[in-house]
Design a protein around this ligand. Sequence first.
Ligand SMILES: NC(=O)C1=CN([C@@H]2O[C@H](COP(=O)(O)OP(=O)(O)OC[C@H]3O[C@@H](n4cnc5c(N)ncnc54)[C@H](OP(=O)(O)O)[C@@H]3O)[C@@H](O)[C@H]2O)C=CC1
Ligand SMILES: CC(C)(CO)C(=O)C(=O)O
Length: 309
Amino acid sequence: MKITIIGAGAMGCLFGGLLSEQGMDVHLLDVREEQVVALNDHGLTILHQGVERIVKVRAVTEPAAIPRTDLAVIFVKHAQTEAAARIAAHLLGGNGYNGHALTLQNGMGNAEIIADVLGEEQVLCGTTAQGAMVLGSGKIQHSGVGETVIGMWRPGRGEIATEVTEVFTAAGISCREVDDIEPVLWKKLFVNVGINAITALTGLRNGQLLDLESTRRLMQDVVSEALAVAEAHSIKVPSDILKHVEQVAQATASNRSSMGQDVDDQRPTEIDAINGYIVRKAKERGIAAPVNQTLVRLVQTVQGKYAAS
Ligand SMILES: NC(=O)C1=CN([C@@H]2O[C@H](COP(=O)(O)OP(=O)(O)OC[C@H]3O[C@@H](n4cnc5c(N)ncnc54)[C@H](OP(=O)(O)O)[C@@H]3O)[C@@H](O)[C@H]2O)C=CC1
Ligand SMILES: CC(C)(CO)C(=O)C(=O)O
């Protein structure tokens, strides 16, 4: 299987590096010239549990430099999903769209955006509990190991999902395939809804949210609102979803959430695809989601402040 990873940042490098390490046919594509040059000249350095190793990878800035691809794995941030999907369309076979695209991005709406460009049948999506951080050009920290769950965007089995599961597993990326991916996406959404914006606004690490009564209550409020919205849309939600969100905060206690890192580095966040999604889904059912709405406005204000400076 010929694989192209679109977005060679933290996660793209992690997946691309692990797959390349096992001799798989992988290209990394990124808009950052210095990243691509560093990856080609010095390889990808992966720091994991205090040990560094270097993996030989192939990286490009130009899609035209990549021959046809069978699987495009999209690992850009939400705001760049449409641009990445257009690149995927070109790489996957022009007008024939024979190949498939997989999104493991956080937030909701990415699969829809990709499906609008490629067609529903060509899209796989899922979640990953793997974690990574960029340490510099050509260098990442593998900061979390966990399960990746994938499925076809249009419910049902697809040979391609089984194939991708096998390829990932062979590269040491623990992966499971499901028939109905929607509840899996929502379960991850609850985690990001409960943790990301609050850490971004307070400067706290994930685990510190559990130390204060005020942030515990905020998590509870924001997750309860999201639960009401999910139920109004007949989404299957695991019982005790709040406990799950708290467990993830505990398991990733020393992490700064991805939105926290975005705010720290003055980059656009994925707030619209996370708490913003809950607000939009609430409106569709005439439900109020005031805590999520307030978090969205506050994060947008912080973003607006640094975008203007
Ligand atoms: N990091 C983590 O631990 C986890 C992240 N995720 C999710 O994975 C996704 C990717 O996150 P992460 O890897 O951290 O993000 P990064 O910002 O580290 O990487 C994204 C990379 O894609 C590049 N890029 C932007 N637009 C394009 C484009 N059109 N074509 C090619 N490359 C492009 C970016 O460049 P530039 O910066 O110049 O835009 C950047 O180098 C997000 O949705 C995130 O929420 C999910 C689980 C864990
Ligand atoms: C699981 C969690 C909260 C880990 O930090 C994450 O997905 C993120 O930061 O976006």
